[in-house]
Design a protein around this ligand. Structure first.
Ligand SMILES: [Zn+2]
Length: 453
């Protein structure tokens, strides 16, 4: 066991200043106490933030989709650009991009990631020699950087509602439930013993997975692990809602809740377009809403009904999704700012006389831990030792204590305040540096130059 002393420690019961976190050889927190014992690390110790929604390869597209097309641009024109990009990505490139991304995530304060992994096959749609080749590459990238990975192999089975045929670019994503479950099973067998690794399943969306296929996949997952997480994209776009109504007579969230036993193991990604009834119904299930404010803003999706959802006791977490931004600060800030711009009021997420930054931070830790199915999200005995320190000497934090630190970080922390990062008891970033960052960065640059050429 090793004890680490910090200037300040955020615990579920409040702040300790100074505080000590004891970390066992199993990578879990053995105890948290007031006072300074053991090795002095300093800084402000926070629980590491889970990133509950990632498509790693899309990091390579950041900044490449901001030129207007000939007509009106939307999520759907963005998707065409993404499909064109996907066509050129092989396993080596996917691994290099993922490693760079995960390294950036750690340095930004994310300690776990749920990878919504849908790029399974070769460009012609045939499987690689190893059916799980691409899943292995993403997993290898996570292993190299030290981030905890919840791998969610994605089931993609149709080009639209009602079993519409898939387009050419979608061949790389396509699996029936059996083949997808083989990837899940393979990865469980190969990697299941690693405490930093978890496998679940992600039906891509109701438009890409028909009702029977969805039922088969969930039953197959249950046969392996009844607690494994299930994530699904839902109600991100108004067109998707309209298409779902035209096909089934019901809205996506409404329909999912009617047809599936949605509970705390579920993460509904985006859930942007909900009626007040759907909002309350989702909150009551205990499922996590997977919110990705920077991507949702970038794609012009719309605004999540945050205030009503929080009032109903709903759970939420944050994801960087398309990775146009890789920063928990930006996700939390824009989650609140979108609501302020819409309502023309301030401090929407906070309960009376409480801190908005602290409320959003705590909610995202709790929901993110649930969605990644990892014992993380709080500095207390029994949880994984996933710790992020902020630089206590940074001018932005001068004179600030306790929750005011979180408000300063979330609303004014444009310089990265993250100094040290521990995942599962192992330091992966010290003084802002990851030991592999130069090598990973070189491979990423070579990959990007090849893709551009
Ligand atoms: Zn997504």
């Amino acid at each position: 066991m090793t004890a680490y002393a910090f200037d300040r420690v955020l615990t579920p019961e409040g702040w300790l200043a100074p505080g000590t976190v004891e970390v066992g050889a199993d990578g879990r927190i053995a105890g948290v106490e007031a006072g300074e014992e053991g090795e002095r690390v300093g800084g402000i110790a926070l629980p590491g933030m889970p990133n509950l929604h990632s498509h790693a390869f899309q990091r390579a597209m950041a900044g490449l989709t901001e030129r207007a097309g000939p007509g009106e641009d939307s999520f759907w024109t963005w998707r065409e650009v993404m499909y064109g990009f996907v066509d050129r990505l092989g396993p080596d490139a996917a691994e290099a991009i993922s490693a760079q991304l995960y390294c950036e995530m750690l340095k930004a304060g994310y300690t776990a990631v749920a990878e919504f992994h849908y790029l399974h096959h070769a460009p012609d749609g045939s499987s690689y020699g190893d059916l799980a080749e691409m899943a292995e590459r993403v997993t290898a990238a996570a292993g190299r950087t030290g981030i905890a990975l919840t791998l969610l192999p994605v089931l993609y089975n149709a080009g639209g509602f009602g079993g519409a045929p898939m387009g050419g670019a979608q061949r790389r994503f396509a699996n029936d439930a059996d083949r997808l479950l083989r990837i899940v099973e393979t990865m469980r067998q190969r990697r299941g013993a690693d405490p930093g690794f978890r496998v679940g399943l992600a039906p891509h969306s109701l438009r890409a997975v028909g009702p029977e296929c969805l039922a088969d996949a969930v039953a197959g997952l249950d046969a392996m692990d009844r607690d494994a997480p299930i994530h699904i994209h839902i109600a991100e776009q108004t067109k998707e809602v309209e298409d779902c109504v035209a096909w089934s007579g019901g809205r996506p969230v409404e329909r999912l809740l009617e047809t599936q036993d949605v509970g705390p193991r579920w993460c509904l990604v985006h859930a942007t377009h909900m009626t007040p009834d759907e909002t309350r119904a989702l909150a009551a299930t205990g499922a996590v809403a997977g919110l990705c404010p920077t991507t949702e803003a970038n794609l012009g999706d719309g605004l999540f009904p945050l205030e009503a959802y929080l009032e109903a006791g709903g759970r939420l977490g944050i994801g960087s999704d398309s990775h146009v931004s890789v920063s928990p600060v930006e996700e939390l800030r824009w989650l609140e700012y979108g609501q302020r711009l819409k309502s023309r009021r301030r401090n929407i997420a906070a309960p009376p006389e409480a801190s908005t930054g602290a409320r959003l931070h705590a909610a995202a830790l709790e929901g993110g831990a649930g969605a990644t199915a990892r014992e993380t999200g709080a500095l207390e005995a029994g949880r994984a030792a996933d710790i992020v320190t902020l630089d206590a000497a940074h001018p932005l934090l001068a004179g600030k204590t306790d929750d005011a630190i979180l408000d300063a970080w979330v609303f004014a922390g444009n310089a990265n305040l993250v100094r040290d990062v521990m995942v599962g008891g192992r330091w992966v970033v010290r003084n802002g540096r990851h030991p592999e960052e130069e090598a990973i960065g070189r491979e990423f640059v070579r990959t990007m130059e090849r893709l551009a050429g």
